[in-house]
Design a protein around this ligand. Structure first.
Ligand SMILES: CC(C)=CCC/C(C)=C/CC/C(C)=C/CC/C(C)=C/CC/C(C)=C/CC/C(C)=C/CC/C(C)=C/COP(=O)(O)OP(=O)(O)O
Ligand SMILES: O=P(O)(O)OC[C@@H](O)CO
Ligand SMILES: [Mg+2]
Length: 228
């Protein structure tokens, strides 16, 4: 199973949304590098465990992207911890993280835990509303956020997030030019193989979410952008 640093394509499945066994099989056997389990609301321990058990029937890497600590459970290959670098409310940058580590700090030694420096750029994304993200950013702003993630905080992942809408490729290009160590994740509105290929030309990892629930055939085709 591939480590996060080798992922080129990942599907993000939301435990709060339903997916049939047939569609889940197509996703897990699509050739994707990983299934990320996560969502911004409605994520519970029950629906997380349920999805984990269903994904585990397939030999694909499975990561939990933590959005609330009640839903954290052992059994994932790794844990992705978002910190929203452009959040207006500091609890989403370090506040909840400090509280979580008071509770589950020792697990840091036992599990693979990776921080993701998010920059959320779609003002209508639920995650943007939740975190009061400052979504109006220029290319120069993105350059500075990428440098902050990469060379100041040494985060393993810098994530350009347009969740729900297809983003501006110039922002992804700017981040690509800036990063030297951090992996560049792009997610948001990828609904075709062509869009997947456009973002994959600059991002290390493209993340495909909503289209899984809208058009399974198109979702599966996005894998071809990185593995023709
Ligand atoms: C086994 C075990 C005990 C392991 C624990 C390992 C460990 C020690 C982990 C570290 C603990 C830690 C520091 C946890 C952090 C806790 C926490 C709650 C952090 C806040 C995370 C955060 C910033 C959430 C904000 C929302 C967000 C960025 C979510 C990411 C996913 C996302 C963007 C989903 C897409 O949402 P959206 O499209 O907007 O909405 P839809 O759901 O409609 O698609
Ligand atoms: O759901 P979409 O818009 O594909 O975005 C994927 C992912 O970046 C969401 O966190
Ligand atoms: Mg979404």
């Amino acid at each position: 199973m591939l480590s996060y640093s080798e992922w080129e394509h990942a599907f993000k499945l939301d435990p709060a949304k339903s997916i049939s066994d047939e569609d889940l099989e197509q996703i897990c056997e699509s050739g994707t590098d990983a299934v990320i389990v996560g969502g911004s609301d409605g994520v519970t321990l029950d629906n997380t465990l349920n999805l984990l058990a269903r994904v585990r029937r397939f030999p694909v890497a499975c990561a939990l992207e933590i959005s609330n600590i009640e839903a954290v459970t052992p059994g994932f290959d790794c844990y992705l911890v978002p910190t929203v670098l452009n959040a207006g409310d500091a609890q989403w940058i370090t506040g909840l993280h400090q509280k979580a580590l008071k509770k589950m700090g020792p697990a840091l030694e036992q599990e693979e835990v990776l921080a993701e420096g998010y920059c959320i750029l779609n003002p209508e994304a639920k995650a943007a509303v939740l975190t009061d993200a400052e979504t109006e950013q220029t290319e120069e702003d993105i350059e500075a956020y990428a440098a902050m993630a990469d060379r100041l905080f040494h985060l393993p992942i810098f994530y350009i997030e347009y969740s729900g809408t297809y983003g501006d490729v110039r922002m992804v290009q700017e981040a690509r030019r800036t990063l030297s160590e951090a992996r560049l994740f792009y997610g948001g509105g990828i609904r075709s193989k062509e869009q997947a290929a456009e973002m994959a030309a600059y991002a290390d990892t493209i993340v495909v979410g909503d289209i899984v629930y809208e058009n399974i055939k198109k979702a599966v085709q996005t894998v071809k952008a990185v593995r023709p």
